[in-house]
Design a protein around this ligand. Structure first.
Ligand SMILES: [Cu+2]
Length: 67
């Protein structure tokens, strides 16, 4: 299991956190997702998941993944 921590801009409340968490959870191989709008992070625990797929999913919701 790999832990990926992404810096995500644009999340402003718990609703945003839930949107991100629910979307990322639909990716196969993702075990756990914690979005934190205060620290602007999304922490993903996953097996064999391409980080680019996670980024794309978050950006599809309208948030920006920054390095
Ligand atoms: Cu929000």
């Amino acid at each position: 299991m790999k832990e990926i921590i992404l810096k995500v801009e644009g999340m402003s409340c718990g609703g945003c956190e839930n949107r991100v968490q629910n979307a990322v959870k639909t990716i196969e191989g993702v075990e756990e997702v914690v979005a934190d709008h205060v620290n602007c992070t999304v922490t993903v625990k996953a097996n064999n998941v391409d980080e680019a797929v996670i980024k794309e999913k978050i950006e599809d919701l309208g948030y920006d993944v920054v390095e």
